[in-house]
Design a protein around this ligand. Structure first.
Ligand code: SOE
Length: 385
């Protein structure tokens, strides 16, 4: 695994726990954790259960005893690492969003297509597809229980940047993260809306806004001038992304409209990823802050009985639940990462390319670019291409 930040901790838990709950066709070994700071990565490796640590990802990617490369670094290094790993014959799991630009995503998708033909699997880490309630929502839509999709709402609301003095971390720097709320959390809302509806966005219109334009640099207690001033840096990404989208229409019509919000300034909303899909026969609604529940509305019931009802998605018939707990005992944020390991290791064993693929990641990158282009052109509609 390359990287050892927040996703390093989450993915490590997935690799460590999945083999102990799922009957995997082969059991992954947590061999090497890679990071830039030798001391930091060695202590993380010991803490999370990796056999070795290294500061040289190129050396690790070239090793014959390594089969899988899991990339959990900021977006700036996804392309270099993923392409080198695929060309070295490794299976690759890469965190979202796939890349910082469409050009990088195109190169990664090209390398992945070539590697797939050689039996190497690659997947993008949109783990909210691995939450039982979202997989159930997809099943209900795919089986026609809400009829034709008429309208979709997607939002991802957080509030960790409300404090204007919160430091300038890598997520606030375009050259490191590619974009701000749009690609970091808006990407999840887009991917989940497309996953649940089974439809792809074809055009978008939106606006991006940076609310706080400069922040204290990390770790600056004394300014460069030697005084006790705090060095400050420019925020070069969006804080708020608001956009509408048009879905494809399999029947050749106009396609359903969607509205999306992604923000780190929604005071009080800590991690509220919400998707609502409204259809001709019903609706489904999911909120990550209530991740074991799915709201379902069945408009085919007798009028007196109609109303949103809450499905507690903890039955063993529900996706991913069987290896975990008895009904009603709930799953958490971390289970999505073990469910992801299950899906990826099975894809490697069966040779069946997993979703989301790098091509799915490229499409998503094109949606992000279309929103950026729209915001730069007075919110004019832009095609996703
Ligand atoms: C942002 O704070 C963040 O960590 C995203 O980067 C993750 O993708 C999301 O799952 C949780 O919030």
């Amino acid at each position: 695994m390359i990287g050892y930040g927040f996703m390093g901790a989450a993915h490590s838990q997935g690799w460590r726990v999945a083999p102990r709950f799922f009957d995997l066709p082969s059991s992954p070994t947590m061999q090497v954790l890679v990071g830039r700071d030798a001391e930091g990565v060695a202590s993380a490796a010991a803490k999370w259960g990796w056999a070795e640590s290294s500061t040289d990802w190129r050396e690790v990617v070239a090793r014959d005893d390594i089969d899988i490369i899991d990339i959990v670094t900021p977006g700036e290094s996804h392309a270099a690492i993923a392409i080198a790993a695929l060309e070295a014959g490794k299976h690759v799991l890469c965190e979202k969003p796939l890349a910082n630009t469409v050009a990088e995503a195109e190169a990664m998708a090209f390398a992945a297509r070539r590697a797939t033909s050689a039996g190497m699997q690659s997947m993008v880490g949109f783990t909210y597809r691995r939450v039982p309630a979202t997989a159930l929502a997809r099943h209900l839509v795919a089986s026609g229980r809400i009829g034709t999709v008429r309208q979709v709402r997607g939002s991802y609301l957080q509030d960790w940047l409300i404090d204007a003095e919160a430091p300038l971390t890598w997520r606030l720097q375009k050259e490191r993260a590619g974009s701000g709320s749009l690609g970091d959390i808006g990407a999840h809302a887009i991917d989940l809306a497309e996953y649940i509806t089974g439809l792809q966005l074809t055009a978008v219109s939106g606006v991006l806004e940076t609310v706080v334009n400069e922040r204290p640099l990390l770790g600056t207690g004394v300014g460069l001038s030697g005084t006790a001033s705090i060095d400050r840096g420019q925020v070069t990404v969006d804080d708020v992304a608001l956009f509408t989208g048009r879905f494809e229409d399999p029947k050749g019509g106009a396609g359903a409209l969607a509205s999306f919000e992604a923000t780190r300034f929604a005071t009080g909303r800590k991690n509220s990823l919400r998707i609502e899909v409204f259809g001709s026969l019903g609706a489904v609604a999911f909120d990550l802050e209530r991740m074991n529940e799915l709201e379902f509305y069945d408009a085919t019931l007798p009028p007196l009985e109609q109303g949103f009802r809450t499905i507690l998605v903890t039955e063993h018939d529900h996706p991913y639940l069987a290896p975990w707990w008895p009904p009603g005992h709930m799953l958490g944020y971390e289970h999505g990462f073990s469910n992801q390991v299950h899906d990826f290791v099975n894809a490697i064993a069966t040779g069946e390319p997993p979703r989301p693929s790098f091509d799915d990641g490229l499409h998503l990158q094109q949606v992000l670019r279309a929103v950026e282009r729209s915001s730069e052109s007075d919110s004019a509609w832009q095609p996703v291409s």
